[in-house]
Design a protein around this ligand. Sequence first.
Ligand code: PGA
Length: 247
Amino acid sequence: MGRRKLAAGNWKMNGAKAALAEIEALEAAFPAPDCDVLICPPATLVSAMAAIGSTVKVGGQDCHANASGAHTGDISAEILADAGATAVLVGHSERRADHGESDADVNAKAEAAWRAGLIAVICVGETESERTEGKALEIVGGQLAGSVPAGATGANSVIAYEPVWAIGTGLVPTLEDIAEMHDFMRAELAKSHPDAAEDFRLLYGGSVKPSNAAEIFAVSNVDGGLVGGASLKAADFGGIIKAASEG
Ligand code: PGA
């Protein structure tokens, strides 16, 4: 069986209650798309968003490794699951940069996600200088080795490749560079996770738009996208869902 494509949106620190109208619009436009759809809103909206419909699954943007306790301002995978989330991003580059999260932290968060029954969307990606220095594959290979726990399967984990320099910049790697990286990631996972490697969905993220989604989703070993800015409006994200459905 082929891998079902996933159109995932990351709202980051955007989205007050009024933004739930965008989800209502997506539910009306896509009652049964031929792809999976996930939106990761601010934690305050998880519960209300999860109650809206059946097409859009809801995820957190981060979780703590522990289930509960004295960690002011953090949220656990269990609390996200209780609010209706089915997935959680771990290791987004903004978490790695803003909060100093290491591969070991991300690894522990992925295991926390599974403990709560959530899918871990494990994010990796090189910086601009790492790419310029020709180190992109080495960096991403190291992040995969450190961030993806041994127990990862295609059912409990999704891997998102997001070059840091492409996030929110309008810059996108060439399709050849995306193919090279995604083929490399599949090959690395085949070594570390031989039984699961073919099942993992590998998302591309970084300046995905309705206008470039179809060509990116057609690239070898690209199984969908993780989308920031273009996930905020139903009109834009709808174009990305269409591209994932048709791809
Ligand atoms: P972008 O963000 O689509 O706005 O570039 C992607 C992401 O950070 O997940």
